[in-house]
Ligand binder design. Structure first.
Ligand code: HEC
Length: 116
C-alpha cells in the first residue's frame, strides 16, 4: 500500500513537471513584431528623407505609428512594384527593397499592427 502511494505521488509530480515545461516552451515562441522595434529603423533607412519630416521630408510622415498603421497596405503595394512603375517606392530608386525587408512589413501586418 505504501509503495502504491509513493508511485502515485511520483506520477502526479511527473505530470505537473512535464506540463510546466511544455507551457513555457509555447509562450517562448516567436514574439510578435512591433513598429518601434521592427519597422522604425527600416523606414528611417529606406523612406528617408521624403517621408521623415525631421529630415526635411514633405511627403506623408512615416516616422509616425498612426500613419504607418493606416497606410501599410499601400506601402507594401508600392514597395512590391518594379522600379520605374508608377507609384513605386522608394521613389526614383533603381532597385526594390529586398524580399526579406518587405517581409518584415508583411509580418508586422500579420502580427496585428502593434506599436510596441
Ligand atoms: C526620394 C523620395 C521618396 C522616398 C525615399 C520614398 N518616397 Fe514615398 N513618396 C514620395 C513622393 C514624391 C510621393 C507622392 C507621389 C506619389 O504618390 O507617388 C510619395 C508617396 C508615397 C505614398 C502614398 C502616400 C499618400 O499620401 O497616399 C506611399 C504609401 C509611399 N510614398 C510609401 C513609401 C515607402 C514605404 C517608402 C520607403 C520604402 C518611400 N515611400 C520612400 C517620395 C519618396
Amino acid at each position: 500500500m505504501k509503495k502504491f502511494f509513493i508511485l502515485t505521488v511520483l506520477a502526479a509530480f511527473t505530470i505537473i513537471v512535464s506540463n510546466c515545461g511544455s507551457s513555457k516552451k509555447a509562450t517562448a515562441s516567436a514574439p510578435k513584431s512591433n513598429y518601434e522595434t521592427n519597422l522604425k529603423t527600416l523606414i528611417a533607412d529606406n523612406c528617408s528623407p521624403c517621408h521623415i519630416p525631421a529630415k526635411g521630408g514633405n511627403k506623408k510622415a512615416y516616422d509616425n505609428f498612426a500613419n504607418v498603421k493606416t497606410d501599410i497596405d499601400e506601402m507594401i503595394r508600392r514597395m512590391e512594384l518594379n522600379p520605374g512603375e508608377k507609384g513605386f517606392m522608394p521613389f526614383r530608386k533603381m532597385t526594390k527593397l529586398s524580399d526579406s525587408t518587405i517581409a518584415v512589413f508583411k509580418q508586422w501586418r500579420a502580427d496585428g499592427l502593434l506599436e510596441k
